[in-house]
Design a protein around this ligand. Structure first.
Ligand SMILES: Nc1nc2c(ncn2[C@@H]2O[C@H](COP(=O)(O)OP(=O)(O)OP(=O)(O)O)[C@@H](O)[C@H]2O)c(=O)[nH]1
Ligand SMILES: [Mg+2]
Length: 271
């Protein structure tokens, strides 16, 4: 059973000087107000966001996901075949939020298959291994691949296996990584799936930033509609409702929603 995690305080970045979103440390009062109103409704929408995990083979993408979702870790390396899928459930300011996480394979032979899952991502976690400088340099290519398929994603550069480097090496590698993070316009984090260091905080940070962005966009749309009553709601802005397949708009327009993929884990083929 998936556990729902409560978030009521905005998760701060790993380092404020290593983030283009460094100023995002609290929920806006407008977002808090909106969420309070939503809580009173008889039915609550579930907001959702798509997050992809990319990076070289063996950098620890799957381990990071397993640590965050079931608090498990193993030294065994089982290559991810193609892509794996998981949903993490949150209640943010009392509102439902699903983070759909796509764990892609780092192996060369799965590259084109994995990149077909990048489309429409809200968040990209570009992972490298703090003990392997080559994997840090590869993050530039990974970022290029991601940006070919997504528009304005929130990008995180994540250094994994922080437990496996000496403090001096960690300091040096982190400073190099932060320079690359700046080039990628990404927020930098160091984590360890083995010890659990910073893992939960990272996923909370991802959820807070994404949730706030989605709600802000919703508020802006509502304000635009209020100020010009003849405007219709753009279809893409409608939140996903888990069980419905048809939404009726103004009793005339019928819009098919994307089939919810809660049950699909592996090899989910986007249409
Ligand atoms: N010491 C240490 N080892 C780790 C950590 N995270 C992962 N590993 C090890 O690194 C190896 C690869 O981990 P995976 O999570 O399978 O790597 P991956 O990026 O998913 O690999 P692909 O799916 O093949 O692309 C495994 O042997 C893990 O035990 C960590 O935080 N610390
Ligand atoms: Mg993997």
């Amino acid at each position: 059973m998936t556990i729902c995690q409560d978030i009521n305080c905005f998760q701060t970045p790993y380092r404020q000087d290593a983030s283009p979103y460094g100023r995002e440390v609290t929920f806006d009062w407008k977002v808090i107000d909106y969420c309070d109103q939503q809580k009173l409704l008889p039915y609550q929408w579930t907001r959702s966001a798509k997050c992809i995990l990319v990076g070289d083979v063996g950098v620890g993408k799957t381990s990071l996901l397993k640590r965050s979702s079931c608090d498990e870790f193993t030294f065994e390396h089982k290559d991810t075949i193609g892509v794996d899928f998981e949903i993490q459930k949150f209640s943010i300011l009392g509102n439902h939020f699903d983070l759909q996480i796509w764990d892609t394979a780092g192996q060369e032979r799965f590259r084109s298959l994995a990149s077909s899952y990048f489309r429409g991502s809200n968040v990209a976690l570009i992972v490298f291994d703090l003990t392997n400088v080559k994997s840090l340099l590869s993050t530039l290519n990974w970022s290029r691949e991601v940006l070919k398929c997504t528009k304005n994603p929130i990008i995180f550069l994540v250094g994994s296996k922080s437990d496996a480097v000496s403090p001096a090496a960690r300091e040096f590698n982190e400073s190099e990584a932060m320079k690359i993070a700046e080039r990628l316009k990404a927020e930098y984090w160091s984590v360890s799936a083995r010890t659990g260091e910073n893992v939960i905080a990272l996923f909370h940070r991802i959820s807070c930033l994404t949730f706030q962005k989605i709600i802000r966009e919703r508020i802006e749309e509502m304000e635009a509609i209020k100020s010009s009553p003849h405007l219709t709601v753009p279809v893409k802005s409608l939140p996903l409702r888990p069980t419905t397949s048809i939404i009726t708009l103004n009793k005339k327009k019928k819009v098919s929603t994307i089939k919810n993929c809660l049950n699909l884990r592996r090899f989910y083929k986007p249409k």
